[in-house]
Design a binder for this molecule. Structure first.
Ligand SMILES: Cc1cc2nc3c(=O)[nH]c(=O)nc-3n(C[C@H](O)[C@H](O)[C@H](O)COP(=O)(O)OP(=O)(O)OC[C@H]3O[C@@H](n4cnc5c(N)ncnc54)[C@H](O)[C@@H]3O)c2cc1C
Length: 486
């Protein structure tokens, strides 16, 4: 028997859930198919051995006025009990200096001048902040970008201002150009700082990342950063609840195996052998995973958009349940290493702690959870020994007095193979599509997939990067579907 649904959504990552919630809000019957046992993909959290560990993402921005996540929440009425962090992040440089990444721009500039010297820090950061404000402001207004129909072009042109045309040119320049412009390229401590910060937000470094994206990525901590009790599954679950309250359904442990185009609808076949007929399809999985599922001769033109391992990253991760022996000034810490990790080549590790007041992260009061991650470049070629990486990281944490060996209650670690299993992603690549100089924003993958009623979102499409990017990609997929058919 074939069930009829209005929309079949493949995957329950934050891109897909954003589109799903907006479509459910329009009154469509939305069914979400998720191969894993939990929703959320790279933004999720799971219970193990008495602790709730984050699956991937740990930092959350996008709730400020005008930002994409705020837009989706406002349009649907989904509410999140998010707590705003007073200090978004600390960065521990390899020379031992600790930098507070204050949200307030003035406070942050003074901090940057203290650590990197006064020369041009103010001008650099004021410029980056202006660009980031422009990008956030424009992104939610230009939801028909990148244009792939005459209608898109007209709508984008109608909404374009002189300011937008002026700022758009920065997509043509790299962050290297910007550092040179402010005479900061010789300040090696600063360039190293910029590179490691860009890596966690843009997945690449200053020679490759364009100014529009790079400046926005560097100002990530100058916007409201939030924490949700219970881990980031607390971001995901309200979206699922909303879709279900509107008559939709999340099918867990149900992978989509095939999408065929019938005369009227799409026919979705799951790995359980069930079939669903859907008028619309939203694919919330990467293009490499999406194309093999679909039938049809339209796919050829998208083959050049497939991602190759050499351009991508996976992640090595650790989850530690521990008894704290000290206080921490911030929940998020980027630690720069004096020598790269032998197995991964990483120059930094990223550590996020559970909030001390969040009692839901551990079965035992007083214990906390530490999530640690670092990049694994070219994951299909780089075979890493997870145990060796874990030992090298633990040594660093003990040396820096972040953790005491005897205070570890439980720890586990995982690498690209686990990501492949958790998300189904080709070679376990995660974290989004790295920024490259030769790919301009208008050349990134568009939401219209087959030129008909199938759309794509998530972190391999425009503007897909992190939770803010994929939320916006879901919003864009929804807007394009709405403008085409609803
Ligand atoms: C270690 C790490 C740390 C990160 N840190 C941050 C951070 O601090 N802040 C931030 O904003 N971002 C962070 N990110 C990035 C962010 O998590 C991702 O960019 C984002 O969550 C990706 O969302 P997505 O919509 O692309 O979907 P995904 O998260 O990729 O989810 C896709 C879902 O589809 C499912 N699926 C796959 N194939 C099928 C199929 N055939 N049928 C059914 N279901 C299928 C998968 O199981 C998965 O649940 C981090 C990522 C990682 C890996």
């Amino acid at each position: 028997m074939t069930d009829n649904v209005d929309v079949a959504v493949i995957g329950s990552g934050m891109g897909a859930l954003s589109a799903a919630a907006l479509l459910a809000q329009r009154g469509l019957k939305v069914h979400i198919f998720e191969q894993n046992y939990l929703p959320g993909g790279c933004t999720s959290a799971y219970w193990r051995k008495g602790f709730v560990f984050e699956a991937g993402a740990t930092t959350l921005v996008g709730l400020d006025e005008g930002m994409p996540l705020r837009q989706v929440l406002d349009r649907t009425g989904i509410s999140l009990p998010a707590k705003q962090l007073t200090l978004p992040m600390q960065v521990h440089l390899s020379n031992g200096q600790v930098i507070n990444r204050y949200q307030d721009l003035e406070q942050w500039i003074q901090e940057a001048e203290r650590v990197f010297g006064p020369k041009n820090q103010r001008a650099f950061w004021e410029f980056c902040y202006r660009v980031s404000q422009f990008v956030w402001d424009t992104s939610v207004k230009q939801v028909h970008f990148p244009p792939s129909s005459i209608k898109d072009l007209l709508k984008s042109a109608q909404r374009a201002s002189l300011k937008q045309v002026n700022y758009a040119r920065y997509a043509l320049f790299s962050m290297k150009w910007l550092l040179e412009k402010y005479d900061l390229l010789e300040n090696q401590t600063f360039v190293d700082f910029v590179d490691e910060q860009l890596l966690i937000t843009a997945q690449n470094q200053h020679p490759e990342v364009n100014v529009l994206f790079g400046a926005t990525a560097l100002c990530y901590t100058n916007y409201g950063n939030y924490y949700l009790d219970g881990g980031l599954i607390s971001l995901v679950q309200p979206f699922v609840d909303y879709v279900e309250a509107k008559g939709g359904k999340l099918h867990l442990r149900t992978g989509v195996k095939n999408v065929a185009n019938t005369a009227k609808n799409y026919l979705i076949t799951t790995d359980k052998g069930d079939q669903y007929s859907a008028e619309y399809v939203i694919s919330g999985i990467p293009i490499n995973n999406t194309l093999p599922l679909f039938e049809g001769n339209w796919k050829g033109k998208l083959e050049k958009k497939l991602m190759v391992s050499e351009q991508l990253n996976s992640a090595f991760q650790m989850g530690i349940g521990f008894k704290p022996h000290r206080e921490f000034e911030a929940l998020h810490h980027q630690i720069h290493l004096d020598k790269p990790l032998a197995e991964t080549g990483s120059h930094s590790i990223f550590i996020s702690l559970s909030d001390p007041d969040d009692t839901s992260r551990s079965d035992e009061p007083g214990l906390r959870v530490m999530s640690i991650s670092t990049h694994v470049p070219n994951p299909s070629k780089r075979i890493i020994d997870n145990e060796k990486v874990a030992q090298e990281i633990l040594k660093k944490l003990f040396e820096d007095d972040i953790l005491l060996p005897e205070n570890i209650i439980y720890q586990h670690h995982s690498g690209p193979k686990s990501w492949q299993k958790w998300t189904g992603r080709a070679f376990g690549f995660v974290g989004g599509y790295p920024q490259f100089r030769h790919i301009k924003p208008w050349q990134m993958l568009d939401a219209r997939l087959d030129g008909h009623k199938a759309y794509i979102c998530g972190d391999t499409t425009y503007p897909g990067q992190g939770i803010p990017g994929v939320t916006l990609s879901g919003l864009i997929a929804f807007e394009k579907l709405k403008s085409d058919w609803l």
